[in-house]
Design a protein around this ligand. Structure first.
Ligand code: ADP
Ligand code: 5GP
Length: 201
């Protein structure tokens, strides 16, 4: 199953996704392409594929992206190959912005869409400042975008309020694990069990 995790910048998507990846087996992360500069804490190919604007534009032209958007002045996108390759291996998490999530709604109708919200706008501002990666101007831009993005909450099937981290991570893990219990996801494991009871099942 594909899980699209979205929400305003600074709400805690990356933190939550890292928790899920560490705590649930057989979950993969879809590494995005971006034209933004690498942060010191980030690793090429693990956090993002860092590419030039020209390379990104070529990917758009060649229709190699499942979705893409300009977010806070940089290009971000998920390649089709990333989804095809990793999606085959089990559950796949995408951490993308709201515009990208809306594109995915059109193209991957069966995916699970999760909107992460901070407990308040003040706390969002505090988290963006605390992270310390952005200039004051960039933080201002992210807060302005958040005002627009938050209005899209009703388009998402699941909402995770990221107030207390442990609880929010538990909610996200619960969404993923409960999806695994759906009949369609369980079919492969279920059939041999049923056959053990009766050949005609
Ligand atoms: P996003 O990926 O949505 O932009 P991050 O995961 O980078 O957001 O989180 C932004 C900042 O907020 C980081 O410094 C992170 O450690 C912090 N953070 C995330 N979740 C919580 C939480 N529940 N409580 C307090 N701080 C948090
Ligand atoms: P950051 O620069 O803080 O890592 O990410 C900024 C925003 O870009 C976040 O909201 C993040 O979810 C989003 N983002 C990351 N990868 C992608 C992607 O592949 N596509 C889209 N549309 N947004 C992305």
């Amino acid at each position: 199953m594909i899980f699209i995790i979205t929400g305003p910048s600074g709400c805690g998507k990356t933190t939550l996704v890292k928790r899920v990846l560490a705590e649930i087996k057989d979950v993969q992360f879809a590494v995005s392409h971006t034209t933004r500069k690498k942060r010191r804490s980030e690793e090429e190919g693990k956090d993002y594929y860092f590419i030039s604007k020209a390379e990104f534009k070529q990917m758009i032209q060649e229709e190699r992206l499942a979705e893409w958007a300009v977010v806070h002045g940089s290009y971000y996108g998920t390649s089709r190959i990333e989804i095809e390759k990793k999606g085959m291996q089990g559950d796949l998490l995408l951490d993308i912005d709201v515009q990208g999530a809306q594109q995915m709604m059109e193209r991957y109708k069966k995916a699970i869409f999760i909107f992460v919200v901070p407990p308040s706008s003040k706390e969002l501002e505090r988290r963006l400042k605390k992270r310390g990666d952005e200039s004051p101007d960039s933080i201002k831009g992210r807060l302005e975008s958040a005002q627009k993005e938050i209005r899209c909450y009703h388009q998402f099937g699941y909402i995770v309020i990221n107030d207390e981290l442990d609880h929010a991570a538990l909610e996200l893990k619960s969404i993923i694990l409960s999806t695994r219990s759906r009949f369609e996801s369980r079919k492969k494991e279920l059939v041999p069990i049923l056959r053990g009871f009766s050949e005609d099942l």
